[in-house]
Design a protein around this ligand. Structure first.
Ligand code: CU
Length: 148
């Protein structure tokens, strides 16, 4: 290759790689799921959130068209008992991961507007302090029985 051709080739390659790399600013939602709950009861949203951005993201709220009310919750120990608490801000530093899993952080899906048996898909939007909406679909899965 002529040097100018080679230069343009590598320049194009570099631009393509930059556009595809996770550092181009993606927030990745991995394996969002929700345990099945009795009809009418509130449900929980679990997932892994990877912040591939160069900046911290701050989640301040969440919404779902399938629930009357949605909150971000954490678990805290109070008088020797684990209790759920609403979290005003869920901060995920640049390059870091937040795990929302049973016994810890979760999205609390309150006031279901319908029944959502296993196999249902729940539309959830995570809302940042900047008003950005991160959309995801959480799959309702059968509750696994202890020991079963
Ligand atoms: Cu909760």
């Amino acid at each position: 290759m002529h040097s100018i051709t080679r230069f343009l080739f590598f320049l194009t390659l570099a631009v393509l790689l930059a556009a595809c790399s996770p550092s181009s600013g993606e927030v990745e939602i991995i394996d969002p799921w929700t345990p099945e709950a009795p009809p009418g009861r509130m449900m929980a949203g679990f997932m892994q959130i990877d912040n591939h951005r160069a900046d911290e993201i701050v989640l301040v709220d969440a919404e779902s068209p399938q629930f009357g009310h949605v909150e971000i919750h954490t678990m805290v120990m109070e008088d020797g008992v684990m209790r759920m608490r609403r979290l005003e801000e869920l901060r995920i530093p640049a390059g870091q991961t937040a795990m929302l899993e049973p016994g810890g952080l979760h999205i609390m899906l309150i006031e279901p507007l319908d029944d959502y048996p296993a196999g249902s898909l729940l539309d959830i939007e995570l809302i940042t302090g900047d008003g950005e909406r991160i959309k995801l679909q959480s799959e309702v899965r059968p509750r696994t029985r202890p020991g079963g």
